[in-house]
Design a protein around this ligand. Sequence first.
Ligand code: PMP
Length: 373
Amino acid sequence: MPNDPLRLADRLDGISSSGIRRIFELGAKLEDPIDLSIGQADFDVPDPVKAAAIDAIQRGDNRYTVTQGLPELNAGIRKRLERTHGRAPEATLITSGVSGGLFLGMLCLVNPGDEVLVPDPYFTMYDVLVRLCGGTPVFYDTYPDFALDVDRIESLITPRTRAILVNSPANPTGVVYPESSLRALADVMERRGIVVISDEIYDLFVFDAPYFSIASVYDNTLVVSGFTKTYGMPGWRVGYAAGPQALVDKMKTVQQFSYVCAPSMSQHGCVAALDVDVEPYRLEYRDKRDLIVDGLRDHYDLVAPGGSFYAFPRVPERFESDVAFVETCLEHNVLVVPGSAFSARDTHFRISFAAPDDRLREGIDVLNRIAAG
Ligand code: PMP
């Protein structure tokens, strides 16, 4: 028997396309759905950002940038982090989206057989990236309140544990970890010699307390963040990594041999983005959060999101699963995502409140009618 020339690498075993995509496909068949499934902002890129990118294209800045990313962008991010984290990172690197930073970070940290602690529920990319690196995701359950239970996390640590992923504000729950939990987690990770990968992509959309990063108190933290969500620019593919010099330097080397650099015109746009005040958007999303929490309170068990633009309510008991519930929502022209796309459990669903208020109100009405039976 000849070899199958298209046999795929073993590392792809068990990796299939995201559960969210299937809902998008079903939703695509609906006419004018109330779409509460989308994981991106509902505002357009701010004008000064567009203008800076257009300028860059016009004046011929269309070549590779240095692997590290534009020096002025790195400098701006460093300054911002110094302000928000209370100290400057040792090194920064501009990446192709936050995904680029996550992937490079894991490639540099995870050996085959290593374990990486991943929250459950989690952003769908985490477990796949760990597996692609030959690692094993070990999930730390955060139900029912999606808080960090540091004792529970510590009980999962083994000699193979290499890293822990932390995501605050979180996708899909919107939960923001308080400073006290992050300090307690930092203590354990320091004692056990484990690196923290802190995904801070929603850091500017925090509603109820000042943002606190674990990088403020734990040196062995790799921060990945970017412009995707908080500036409404997911298609521009710019993120950044910040952390210990030795790690970020290696990520830069791997970037040199893989992504090369983030898109140059996007990077020029992001330099301008650093001067754009996203506070009006933050306030708008805080109001949308209030609308959702107040609107669903009577019929849904929901942990109030402290940030991002997601909420993760429990599926009403009469439904046998999250998928059954989401299918009923589809029949009523509402798109939401089953929790099992983000979790080992199938008891919740994700709402994105990055939608116009009138659509949110319509969505809330339909969801309440469905819950009431
Ligand atoms: N991390 C989280 C928590 C996210 O929600 C997303 C986007 N959905 C990403 C990373 C990926 O971001 P990017 O598009 O910048 O690669």
